[in-house]
Design a protein. Structure first.
Length: 255
């Protein structure tokens, strides 16, 4: 039985204390109850973007659940006195979700990544989990304008697939913006943002040294793999986040 506790907040945005196992149970309950649920990923990058973009902050405040996706977020929550589970990135959680879905006969639609990446990820997951039902896939390079014919056709494709779960991997904040504009039209019980999930599941990106990953320094592991793309996000983003969080806590105490 799931127990909903008072959630810690960062910039007034709640972050879930659910373990990966509890999130899978939460997904199962809502699929069986035919309830529409949206789950976002909570890491330093997403909270930095929310700090700078009021629309994203407001969206993160109203979605059903924000999954703990980074060690930095876990650290500041623990510093605030909250008991937090181990962080679970999509490189791990994607496999757990695929395995759980194959056991429970839940179907998944992959949306995002470069051309053929979602297709390759789909094949690799079905090879690994023989009973897994990948009900559809499509790359993320289409016209995402809410009024475009291409966008309308993608949503029709998703709805016609009768999927239980949709994973959207456009990268932040594009995937959140797309869901904000389109979620009501998507007839799928569980919708989750996945960032670079299909790159990892397809094997197109190496996750990095296991020593760094297992010690809670996955950002360093990712940086070693994609330094040109990620150096600004980590070298500037990480200290900025902790500074912003410190100011946020001081303001809370003064109010």
């Amino acid at each position: 039985m799931l127990v909903i506790m008072k959630e810690p907040k960062i910039f007034d945005i709640p972050i879930s204390q659910f373990t990966s196992k509890e999130i899978l149970e939460y997904i199962s309950i809502n699929i069986k109850n035919k309830k529409k649920v949206t789950i976002l990923s909570g890491n330093i990058h997403s909270f930095n973007l929310a700090y700078l973009n009021p629309w994203l902050k407001n969206y993160m405040k109203i979605v059903d659940l924000i999954r703990l996706d980074g060690e930095g977020i876990r650290l500041v929550c623990r510093m605030s006195g909250y008991k937090m589970p181990l962080r679970s990135t999509w490189a791990d959680f994607g496999l757990e979700l695929a395995n759980y879905s194959s056991i429970n006969n839940f179907s998944i639609f992959f949306l995002g990544g470069e051309k053929n990446i979602a297709k390759i990820a789909s094949k690799k997951m079905k090879d690994k989990f023989s009973n897994l039902n990948i009900s559809g896939y499509h790359h993320g390079y289409f016209n995402k304008n809410i009024k475009s014919e291409e966008n309308t056709n993608i949503i029709k494709m998703i709805n016609n697939s009768n999927s239980n779960i949709l994973i959207v991997g456009f990268g932040m904040p594009i995937q959140e913006k797309w869901l904000l504009e389109n979620r009501k039209k998507i007839n799928v019980s569980i919708v989750m943002t996945g960032g670079a999930v299909f790159d990892y599941l397809s094997g197109s990106i190496n996750r990095g040294p296991k020593l760094l990953i297992n010690s809670g320094n996955e950002w360093l592991a990712r940086l070693s793999v994609e330094p040109k793309r990620l150096w600004k996000r980590y070298f500037f983003g990480i200290p900025l986040f902790f500074l912003r969080f410190l100011i946020y806590k001081i303001k809370q105490k003064l109010l």
